[in-house]
Write a protein that binds this ligand. Structure first.
Ligand SMILES: [Zn+2]
Length: 621
């Protein structure tokens, strides 16, 4: 009953007084731990359950952030010690006769990337789910966070959290927003700029922990401004950034993880030793920015129902990472080309998809649902992922290309994938939830189908695309679609023999299948001559066409022509011996290049199609 009384009386003023507060100190940063003092005033719950998150927005496996916590102590409002009982791996139950509960804990972390915590004498790289305990039932409370940097460190913070008069204190309106708001504390170089779209100015900040000096970061900021304009042209406007600005957090120390992580009003980009002093380094960083910034619409606000609101206690599974990640993966390089930083079409993922042994094993929706296992999921046992899984980034990006070119073809260029994305923005992204950090209307798989019917004006077309390529296991006709823009899809190794890509290792008496010299294991892919011959991991090839089976003999199989035969003697793990005759196949790998590369000449129609697809929408060239 106490809880309901607290809610009933909580106006804006009351909400401020019962804010959850965190105070973060760094007693020994050289040992890679920090201390957090968390205060839950008027907790209103007896007992109070506090927990570390198991998962993190933008990640799909469980990460068990409780593993690095130690020295947990609990006190009441008068400073009397309370007993914190560990309920399970992630949570503690605190019997709280007083309504205010204070929990002090220490936490190790030396992994600066988009998911974890990194503390050392140069910085504190803080991802919130990896760092902060939170209490059941207090999700709607505002939060106030204060840092006390090490004396003499020169650190200053950058984050999408809301600023206060104290440069080391920030607020968040609720737990969802707080958890989405990473912080970089370091000797940062900051560059600020404004971009005007559709008559509305938006503020941006680049905060870099890198080798870059002020002119380097300013130069990088100018490139980002150009890219932001090109990205905004897809949607027609920039989202409103609740704290008043969007922040690019860059961390390029030598021990950083290679990562980019999207957030609602910021992105956290890390990469080991990426130099901001060179144009090459800045272009590499811009490539990551192009993907992450597209997420400010696609996934942060155009958001699939399965991850909204985010549940920090488990894996969050969604139908639609082929769109949330895959379409973003398509637009990242496309928008770099449109804004003049690179040349070429985003066709790499098409080539990978066409060559994947997993093509046709699961639908795009099925691949998305594999994310908890594929995105840093840990398996101690052997999986068959290398023949049954294709990344939703890769396959989704290829689907985006297929849909873009199909829409352009059937409308003679008047309807494109940009129109579809803009429609999704208007229906699902633009409507604001009154609570910052929440999305008012998350989309379902059916919603995506319906909006494609609306944008294309053709329900049967939308149904066919979703039935075959999204929910079904067909592959679009990429060679035909790419020919519209004057691109050729050709075998990468024509005439070269191929029996399937597998790991092999020399052992006494032959060549074992399904393990390589480093001990990495894998299965034999479906629909390959090896698979059709009944050979799989653990089998030992003892001879090849009567000669001893060695890695050298194995490599000469490629010299055969497709259609020729090769005979293996095989010893199975149970000791049984048999001969298998394989019909050599063709290597499925393809190259995708403009017709000019192989001496052809594109037609006027192909050149016009290509220019409309790859040309700038901001500065037509
Ligand atoms: Zn992404």
């Amino acid at each position: 009953m106490l809880a309901s009384i607290v809610i009933a009386t909580a106006g804006p003023a009351a909400a401020q007084t019962n804010a959850v507060t965190y105070r973060v100190t760094f007693p020994e940063p050289e040992h890679h731990w920090l201390q957090v003092e968390a205060t839950f005033p008027e907790a209103g719950r007896d007992p109070l359950v506090v927990r570390m998150s198991r998962s993190s927005p933008g990640r799909y496996a469980v990460h068990e952030f409780a593993k690095n916590i130690f020295a947990v102590e609990a006190y009441d409002g008068q400073g009397r010690a309370l007993h914190a009982v560990r309920v399970d791996a992630d949570s503690w139950r605190i019997e709280a006769p007083d309504t205010t509960v204070r929990v002090i804990y220490r936490l190790f972390g030396d992994e600066p990337d988009g998911t974890y915590l990194g503390v050392d004498t140069t910085h504190a790289h803080i991802n919130m789910p990896a760092t902060f305990l939170w209490a059941d039932g207090l999700d709607a409370r505002p939060i106030r966070l204060t840092f006390v940097p090490p004396a003499g460190s020169g650190w200053r913070p950058a984050t999408q959290l809301f600023a206060t008069a104290d440069p080391f204190s920030f607020t968040a309106p609720n737990l969802q927003y707080f958890m989405d708001s990473p912080v970089e504390l370091a000797d940062l170089v900051v560059s600020a700029f404004t971009v005007d779209v559709a008559g509305r100015p938006s503020a941006f900040r680049v905060a870099a922990h890198s080798d870059g000096r002020q002119p380097d970061i300013d130069a990088f900021a100018a490139s980002i401004a150009r890219l932001v304009r090109e990205q905004a042209a897809v949607y027609g406007e920039l989202p409103e950034y609740e704290p008043g600005a969007y922040t690019f957090l860059l961390d390029f120390v030598g021990w950083a993880g290679a990562d980019g992580m999207e957030h609602r009003n910021s992105t956290s980009i890390s990469f080991p030793n990426l130099s901001m002093r060179t144009a090459e380094g800045r272009l590499h960083a811009l490539d990551i920015v192009s993907h992450e910034f597209f997420h400010t619409w696609n996934v942060e606000r155009i958001r699939p129902a399965g991850i909204e609101p985010f549940d920090f206690t488990r894996e969050n599974v969604t139908c639609c990472l082929w769109l949330a990640e895959g379409f973003t993966e398509y637009y990242g390089p496309l928008l770099l080309t449109r804004s003049g930083f690179t040349r070429g079409a985003p066709t790499d993922d098409v080539a990978q998809t066409m060559a994947s042994p997993a093509r046709g094993v699961r639908s795009a929706v099925g691949m998305s649902e594999q994310a908890p296992f594929a995105d840093a999921g840990i398996a101690n046992d052997l999986t068959d992922r290398d023949r049954t899984y294709i990344s939703y980034y890769t396959q989704g990006s290829a689907l985006a290309l297929a849909l873009d070119l199909s829409l352009r073809e059937r409308s003679a260029g008047s309807v494109t994938l940009d129109d579809y994305m803009r429609r999704l923005w208007q229906v699902f992204g633009a409507p604001r939830d009154p609570r910052p950090g929440y999305v008012a209307r998350a989309y379902t798989l059916d919603d995506l189908r319906t909006e494609l019917a609306t944008v294309s004006g053709d329900r049967p077309f939308a149904d066919d695309f979703f039935d075959r390529y999204v929910e079904g296991r067909d592959t679009p006709d990429f060679p035909r679609l790419l020919a519209l823009a004057g691109f050729n899809v050709q075998p990468a190794a024509p005439g070269r023999g191929w029996i399937g890509d597998v790991r092999t290792r020399d052992i006494s008496g032959g060549l074992i299948i399904g393990i390589d010299a480093t001990g990495r294991r894998g299965t034999v892919p479906f629909h390959t001559p090896l698979y059709e011959a009944g050979i799989d991991e653990g089998d030992v090839i003892t001879s090849i066409d009567g000669r001893p089976a060695t890695r050298l003999a194995w490599s000469t199989i490629a010299d055969h022509k497709p259609g020729e035969r090769v005979t293996f003697s095989v010893r199975r793990r149970d000791g049984r011996q048999f001969d298998a005759t394989l019909t050599i196949g063709s290597d499925p790998r393809v190259t995708i290049e403009p017709v000019e590369t192989s001496g052809g000449t594109p037609t006027t129609a192909q050149l016009a199609f290509r220019q409309a697809w790859l040309g700038s929408r901001v500065e037509p060239r």
